[in-house]
Structures are given as C-alpha cells and as structure tokens.
Design a protein around this ligand. Structure first.
Ligand code: OFO
Length: 170
C-alpha cells in the first residue's frame, strides 16, 4: 500500500510525464510544417507517444498498489521554436528536469522504506539516463552542423536510426 506522500508524489509524476508528452507533441506538430525534416518530425511524435506510455505505467502502478491515479489537467506547451536547435535544447532541458523529479521520487521511496516503489522507479532511472544521453548527442551534433543545410539533411537521415534503435529496446 502506498503512503499518502508517495501517492501524491507519484501523481505529480503522472502530470510531468503527461506534460512531457504534450511538449514533444507540440514540437512534432511544429516540425511537421518545417520543410525537409520528416524523420525529425517522426522522432518527436514517437517521443511524445513514449512519454504517454511512461504516464500509463505510473497510472497502473499507483492503482495496482491500492492508490488512486489522478488524471491531471495540463498546461499548453510552447507551440513554435525559432530553430531546430532551440527545440532540441529545450528537449534536453526538459529531460534533465524530469530526471531530477524521478530522483526525488526515489529519495521518498528510500526514506519510507517503500522498496516496491523503489524497484518500480529503477526503470525510470535507467530510461532517463538513456534519454538524457540521446538528447545531449543530438544537441552536440546540431552545434557542429551550425547553419549547414547538408548537415541538417544528414541529421534528419540519421535520426531514423536512433528511432529504430530505440524501438528495439522498448
Ligand atoms: Fe518520461 O522519459 Fe523522458 O521525460
């Protein structure tokens, strides 16, 4: 059985994962109307779907452990970006924020000796390590590319491999 504090903290994470899904959905919609970045667009849509899956995992866990998962209301995310670089830098900042939030949950679980929740959260800890690393790599690549159109073409082509690699892991 979840404590009230643990349940509230997990419900806060439900909101964060749902909000993440909205943020990446908005990035996808913005990317879709930019010319020539179809694979980057797919990457954002897929990322949005993954965040929804993260939210669903939490909802099921909270309810399975005798709590009540609260479906949250959400804020409107940023709708447009001045450049792709801005979007990916926002993506990295967002992932760092999510990682910090997961760490706080782990902290609460340990303090409460709630080992079941602690065990459940390890999946999120590992996921955040992967997502942060991926976001950093993409930001580094975009930094190298600068304003070069041919570089952006390759970036869009290569992101397809990242998406495929992730698929096999999920
Ligand atoms: Fe939910 O994995 Fe990133 O944010």
């Amino acid at each position: 059985m979840l404590s009230k504090q643990m349940q509230d903290a997990l419900n806060e994470q439900v909101k964060i994962e749902a909000q993440s899904s909205q943020v990446y959905l908005a990035m996808a919609s913005w990317a879709e109307i930019q010319p020539g970045i179809d694979n980057i667009t797919s990457f954002f849509y897929k990322h949005s779907d993954e965040e929804r899956m993260h939210m669903m995992k939490l909802i099921h866990f909270i309810n399975d452990r005798g709590g009540f998962a609260v479906v949250p209301s959400l804020e409107q995310p940023t709708l447009t970006y001045p450049s792709l670089k801005h979007a990916f830098s926002e993506l990295l900042a967002h992932e760092v924020y999510v990682s910090e939030s997961i760490n706080k949950l782990v902290d609460i679980a340990l303090k409460e000796k709630d080992y079941a929740t602690h065990n459940f959260l390890q999946w999120y800890v590992a996921e955040q390590i992967e997502e942060e690393a991926l976001a950093r790599t993409m930001n580094d690549k975009l930094e190298m590319i600068g304003d070069e159109k041919s570089g952006l073409y390759l970036f869009d082509r290569d992101i397809l491999n990242v998406t495929v690699a992730n698929n096999t892991q999920v």
